[in-house]
Design a protein around this ligand. Structure first.
Ligand SMILES: C[S@@+](CC[C@H](N)C(=O)[O-])C[C@H]1O[C@@H](n2cnc3c(N)ncnc32)[C@H](O)[C@@H]1O
Length: 196
């Protein structure tokens, strides 16, 4: 679809990170396979992956969280232009707070796309598990952090906290008896977590 090319061009021109092509194909494959109906996305950016997801899962609705107002506004436009606004609840805010609020509201999702701040995945996990139905799936992108996560080399100070937290996330999920976890060596690394 032309809109996806436009969004990719906009993302490139404005340095907005969006999901890469192979990872996007895999995201849609997993979302379709899990028969996603209620999707939560952390990190809307400009609405690229959200629109892809609803295009691939036409019976689904999407709740998506973004902290950056400019991106949020662009995403709202994307959802309007693609005619999916009625199926999208776009929330402007810090995912940390919004997740707590969604848990308080007892919301349930069957598919969660974790794509917000990489150092926060480990902190979001507990709320995401509460928000996920049994049999539901969390799809976490960029878990290799451009090779830094598996590197034996000293990590630069500016990346250290994020790398430490991502390593913790990977350790925690792989030791969580409630989750079935597979790490895929696709582009920047993808963790797929199924809640038993
Ligand atoms: C990798 S981008 C998301 C890309 C999008 N999912 C896509 O593929 O089209 C990550 C997004 O998370 C947002 N973000 C960063 N920190 C956040 C936070 N604390 N709460 C919510 N969103 C956040 C960023 O502004 C950015 O737009």
């Amino acid at each position: 679809m032309q809109i996806f090319d436009e969004l990719k061009n906009y993302a490139k021109a404005n340095k907005v990170p969006i999901i890469r092509d192979e990872s996007a194909d895999f995201l849609l494959e997993i979302a379709r396979k899990s028969n996603a109906k209620n999707i939560l996305e952390i990190g809307t950016a400009i609405g690229y992956s959200g629109t892809l997801l609803l295009n691939a899962c036409p019976n689904a609705n999407l709740t998506t969280i973004e902290i950056n107002e400019q991106s949020y506004k662009k995403a709202i436009k994307t959802f309007e232009e693609t005619g999916i606004s009625e199926k999208v609840k776009a929330i402007l805010g810090d995912a940390k707070d919004v997740l707590i609020q969604l848990v308080e509201e007892k919301k349930q999702f069957d598919f969660i796309f974790m794509d917000g701040p990489k150092g926060q995945y480990v902190n979001y996990l507990s709320d995401c598990k509460k928000l996920l139905k049994h049999g539901g799936v969390i799809f976490a992108d960029n878990v290799f952090l451009h090779g830094l996560v598996n590197s034996n080399q000293p990590i630069k100070h500016k990346h250290r906290a994020m790398v430490t937290k991502m390593r913790k996330f990977l350790e925690v999920i792989q030791n969580d008896a409630e989750l079935e976890v597979t790490i895929f060596n696709i582009e920047d690394g993808i963790a797929v977590l199924k809640k038993k």
